[in-house]
Design a protein around this ligand. Structure first.
Ligand code: ATP
Length: 369
């Protein structure tokens, strides 16, 4: 079993800075968990504490049900892959992968078997005699993965392993790492600031900010039901739109209104708004760009979710078009089908998908709905 449990983990650096604050994460055996967040949120520090490269200031770290706070990194049964590969330039691919096993004084034929098996999994068989300088970035990253695989660890830790690769290679390595996880059936803990990597690779995502966990959930739940405004804005590109509105009750319905919008929310979906006492209060309405539609092509349209906005900028991305729209003082982003033709200055009649509207408390920023 290689479950990893972080219980009230804190990290204060010597200068008194609290980089990680009371983090609780329960990672299951064979799970692929991605820690994601902006620069400085404490995700690398958390990973380095799991690896044993950084002392834990307080809290408990369990790997496979064993308390490992004071266990040496080499005895934790983990392998770590870094963003800069850290390959030995003077050694061949074979010797780079065999290095840790030779240190452990494993028999030669056993080393050979493990290296060749890893090379087969990673499609490195034809490159075993090359030195790192004769490899592409993607191949070097595969060697770094190979070095981790041969050690047969219970847990793989990866810190931004793809950030030195170009966009195309990143996409293909993303798929390779996901496949590798399925093939090896091992626990993976992966750190990135890239929300696309988190969304596409993770079984569960841990979103962090300022040393605190903001939400732990599946990619789908993080996207559909973000716990607060930060998570809502961080996950998804272009990011969710936020509009200041007031919630009022009118003719038995709940409306989100300001000078430019008047959206009737489905009352059946408003229990938390009512019980939380949000009627009559200012809140933040969140709506993702893909949930804003051109009114006359929106099949689910009902006239009480419509509004008008003027096109300020439009960017054709191929299959899609991003439209930046002026709505009073706000700029709202919408994402339309690329075949739709819009021009600068067009006044568009739009509709929000009412079922996809998020409401956040203005002070706590927590999701109310
Ligand atoms: P990035 O994506 O930029 O690597 P991160 O989320 O991984 O960011 P960490 O590297 O974990 O962030 O750093 C968290 C915070 O702790 C940062 O504010 C950083 O400046 C601080 N920090 C990191 N290492 C030390 C240290 N040795 N001493 C003091 N502060 C540190």
């Amino acid at each position: 079993m290689a479950n990893v449990v972080l219980k009230d983990i804190c990290k204060s650096y010597d200068n008194g800075f609290n980089a990680v604050k009371n983090v609780n994460i329960d990672i299951e055996d064979k799970e692929f968990v991605v820690l994601v967040g902006p620069s400085g949120c404490g995700k690398s520090t958390t990973l380095r504490m799991i690896a044993g490269l950084e002392d834990i200031s307080s809290g408990e770290l369990h790997i496979g049900d064993k308390l490992v706070n004071d266990v040496d990194p080499k005895d934790r049964d983990i392998a770590m892959v870094f963003q800069n590969y850290a390959l030995y330039p003077h050694l061949t691919v074979y010797d780079n992968m065999a290095f840790a096993l030779k240190l452990r004084k494993l028999p030669k034929d056993e080393i050979d078997k493990k290296v060749k098996e890893a090379a087969r999994i990673l499609d490195l068989e034809k490159l075993l005699e090359r030195k790192p300088k004769a490899l592409s970035g993607g191949q070097r990253q595969r060697v770094a993965l190979g070095r981790a695989i041969v050690r047969n660890p219970k847990v793989f830790l990866m810190d931004e392993p793809l950030s030195n690769l170009d966009a195309k290679l990143r996409t293909s390595m993303r798929t390779e790492i996901t496949k590798l996880h399925q093939q090896l059936g091992t626990t993976f803990i992966y750190v990135t600031h890239d929300q696309v990597e988190a969304m596409t690779m993770a079984d569960r995502i841990v979103v962090m900010k300022d040393g605190l966990v903001q939400q732990i959930a599946t990619p789908q739940d993080i996207y559909d039901t973000p716990a607060n405004k930060f998570v809502a804005g961080f996950m998804g590109a272009p990011q969710m739109n936020f509009i200041d509105v007031k919630l009022v009750e009118k003719d038995g319905e709940i409306h989100a209104i300001n000078d430019h919008v008047n959206i009737a929310l489905n009352k059946g979906e408003c229990q938390a708004i009512i019980s939380g006492g949000y009627i009559g209060k200012e809140v933040t309405l969140g709506i993702r760009p893909e949930d804003i539609h051109i009114e006359d092509v929106f099949i689910d349209n009902s006239t009480d979710s419509t509004f008008e906005a003027t096109v300020e900028i439009s960017e054709l991305m191929g299959a899609e078009i991003y439209a930046y729209l002026k709505l009073g003082e706000d700029t709202v982003t919408a994402r339309f089908d690329g075949r739709y033709r819009i021009k600068l200055g067009d006044k568009l009649k739009l509709a929000m998908d009412k079922h996809r509207i998020h409401i956040f408390d203005k002070e706590t920023t927590l999701a109310v709905r």
